[in-house]
Design a binder for this molecule. Sequence first.
Ligand code: CAA
Length: 258
Amino acid sequence: MENIIIEKSNHIGIITISRPQALNALNWQTLRELDAAVDAIENDKDIYCVIIGGAGDKAFVAGADISEMKDMDVFSGSDFGALGNWVFRKIELLDKPVIAAIGGYALGGGCELALSCDIRIASDNAKFGQPEVSLGITPGFGGTQRLARIVGTGKAKEMIYTGANIDAQEALRIGLVNKVVPKESLNDEAMKMAAKIAGNAPIAVKLCKAAINYGMQCDIDTALAYESSVFGQCFASQDQKDAMTAFVEKRKLEGFNN
Ligand code: CAA
């Protein structure tokens, strides 16, 4: 892969979008590579948690690639939007938690990529925005849908209609990010949170993600029935037996084996 780096450390998979010459903007090639990277991470059962970041400290991702979009027509534009939505939905549904480590600009498709992750940690120099209307287009990789679901329709409409950027503190205030950290410690903070997640029972964590995602798109009774079902499934896992036995026997569990 040319524009995506995949690394692995202690059950944590790290995907870095690396096109620093274009502030990590997402072109066709980068989206296709990201798709393949997500597949590789999905298939690696030894990875329990994922971090997605951008190379350099100037940008997480400065959006979809404008120089490629400039000459698109209705058909190629629709295909490009569909590819972005396909990859970001795959990230959202990945069977392990994904943390976005956002350093610098997260604009347009970059903000949308962060929105498709489970948790967003921003550096204090991060800037978020959906500037698409200033380019004659709508957000195309999920922004109109996920931003509204995460920060509410009022703030989402303000950001999308004005196209104005907000800084990391404002993003924290409106619930767009979970945490703001000094830019020097962004990677460490993301790794620390990923390690905490990866240290828990992977099957239980995976089922929590599935239950939250599924429950947010259906009525509460259906959602609670789904929760009861995943709760029950946990009792088929060795992790549940080991962790509860260790608790009752007042000893520390060495680790999870699934
Ligand atoms: N696409 C293509 N190239 C981009 C890019 C993008 N989204 N963002 C930055 N670049 C390129 C610049 O063209 C420039 O390349 P050259 O050195 O070859 O000229 C390089 O990255 C560095 O960028 P700047 O010189 O502009 O850096 P800056 O510090 O002056 O400004 C910035 C930084 C404010 C982020 C500015 O680059 C910018 O406004 N970028 C565009 C942001 C944007 O509008 N994103 C939304 C795209 S639309 C979208 O994403 C649609 C969707 O929903 C799917």
